[in-house]
Design a protein around this ligand. Structure first.
Ligand code: ZN
Length: 497
């Protein structure tokens, strides 16, 4: 009988994917598989975490929990007492994930290339983690590396560096190779009916959106993705005879254009909340200017000879610039004066050098209020500003930045120190926004439905557990997305486990 059929859930995540550029392409018929999925499934807008950043967003999806229960609020973790910054990895996330619960229920799982999973953890199946640097220990179990080798899995690529120094043609070729190798692995796993849950993240789509937005080159890549999805769906439709297949397509956050850069630490500095050691301010600003000059030269002269680019890539100059691009907070925090009251990091603003809890809160309220009303030439700089306790809850709330925000549509926020609070566009064309993509397709999933209220990134994990009939832990923040399920089906009628 049909309800005794096996179930399989496939989640494909496109980092930074946004309806802003996908919708027009779907409408003009350039992405026929996306159109098919929307016509035969449910489309929605998936709201990310605040702030909408890759770390912790992916792990918020997989845990079904807000960052206050994970202890991660950005790519880096800031320790306000020591004024130290550490780059986060999978061990910083203090929660179980949906695949742990599925594994415990005896279901076999596969997790591929999801940011925030390196170093890989033991799972009931395989985990091929996303690596921030070239390494061999990114696979659990180690033997699975043989399979990866066989299918020529491309494990590591530095996309950011690539966009700055490589030729466009080479970038696209390399990115396509990475994407195709991810789908090759997904196809191999789909052939093996023992996997009940497969998650795949396509990470390069984030860099593509940042640097190429909706250009022809970007569309070329998405057309290849659309073709790959077509063959996945064919496989799913065939195997539906044996199993109930569910496909979710999601993104960790959306993407949008912006007009100006808002230098938040410069704002804190000019408002007197951030004080730098004497003589260090000039040095820090020079570092920032030097970085901007080199980036602009590289942007302005795309035909700069490959030879020169090679020299730059191998020189200390570029490596220094690289370190400044990725860790301005580290540089600033090392040059901070004791009188400083606040510093902004990629997760939000931390109140520092203030031991009294009430005074700390008072300062946070004061800064939040000023930031909320601060305007640039395009109007309010922030779309919303919160105190940490307004949006996070959980055992790691005390580690959260005191003030958290989302920039308004005209601005992107950067953290290096500049002479001016505002600047033109930096190296990206587009930046993150909370509204990501969501598609559900498959057995007992409604057809041709467009969800109007936003759904949350925390809702996916409990929905997956509900479909499998695995109990949903009480501390998950999300809810089961019953509105995507056909009302006549057993999974709709079934009470929450
Ligand atoms: Zn992302």
């Amino acid at each position: 009988m049909s309800f005794n059929k096996r179930k399989r859930i496939i989640v494909i995540g496109f980092d930074g994917a946004s309806w802003d550029f996908l919708d027009p392409w779907i409408a003009e018929g350039s992405l026929p598989t996306f159109r098919y999925l929307i016509q035969n499934g449910v489309k929605g807008c998936l709201e990310s975490t605040i702030p909408p950043v890759t770390f912790p967003a992916w792990r918020c999806y997989s845990s079904g929990k807000n960052p206050g229960k994970l202890g991660v609020y950005g790519f880096t973790k800031f320790y306000p007492n020591a004024l130290r910054v550490r780059v986060c990895n999978s061990t910083y996330f203090k929660s179980r994930d949906v695949w742990d619960y599925l594994g415990r229920a005896g279901l076999k799982v596969a997790i591929i290339d999801m940011p925030g999973t390196y170093p890989p953890k033991k799972v009931n199946g395989i985990m091929v983690s996303e690596t921030p640097f070239p390494t061999n220990d990114y696979v659990y179990p180690t033997e699975f590396r043989k399979t990866l080798k066989k299918i020529n899995y491309k494990d590591f690529y530095e996309f950011e560096q690539l966009f700055l120094i490589a030729k466009r043609g080479k970038i696209l070729k390399d990115i396509l190779e990475v994407i195709k190798s991810r789908f090759r692995l997904l196809n191999v796993l789909l052939e093996d009916s023992s996997y009940s849950f497969i998650h795949l993240t396509i990470f390069p789509t984030d860099a593509i959106a940042h640097y190429l937005w909706n250009s022809e080159e970007s569309l070329e890549i998405w057309k290849v993705i659309d073709m790959e999805l077509k063959s996945i769906i064919q496989k799913i439709n065939i195997s539906n005879k044996k199993a109930k297949n569910y496909l979710f397509i999601i993104s960790d956050h959306g993407m949008r254009l912006y007009k100006e850069t808002f230098y938040l630490n410069t704002w804190l500095w000019k408002k007197g909340y951030l004080v730098l050691k004497k003589r260090k301010t000039f040095k820090l600003i020079c570092n920032h200017l030097f970085k901007m000059i080199v980036i602009n030269i590289l942007k302005a002269f795309p035909h700069l000879s490959p030879y020169l680019k090679k020299i730059l890539a191998n020189s200390n100059i570029l490596r220094t610039i690289g370190s400044l691009i990725f860790s301005p907070i580290e540089v600033i925090s090392q040059n901070i004066d004791k009188r400083s009251k606040a510093i902004a990091t990629s997760g939000g603003i931390y109140i520092i050098n203030e031991k009294d809890k009430n005074l700390r809160k008072k300062l946070a309220i004061e800064i939040a209020e000023k930031l909320r009303h601060f305007k640039g030439r395009y109007g309010k700089v922030m779309r919303c500003v919160y105190l940490k306790e307004d949006i996070y809850k959980g055992p790691y709330l005390n580690e959260a930045p005191d003030v958290v925000y989302v920039a308004s549509n005209e601005y992107d926020i950067k953290y290096s120190l500049s002479f001016k609070i505002f600047g033109g566009k930096h190296r990206w064309i587009a930046t993150h926004k909370p509204e990501g993509i969501f598609i559900a397709y498959g057995y007992n999933i409604k057809k041709g439905v467009i969800l109007s209220p936003k759904i949350k990134i925390y809702d996916i994990a409990p929905t997956i557990l509900h479909i499998f009939g695995v109990p949903i832990p009480k501390d998950m923040d999300g809810r089961v997305l019953k509105e995507i399920i056909e009302e006549k089906s057993d999974i709709f009628k079934r009470k929450k486990s």
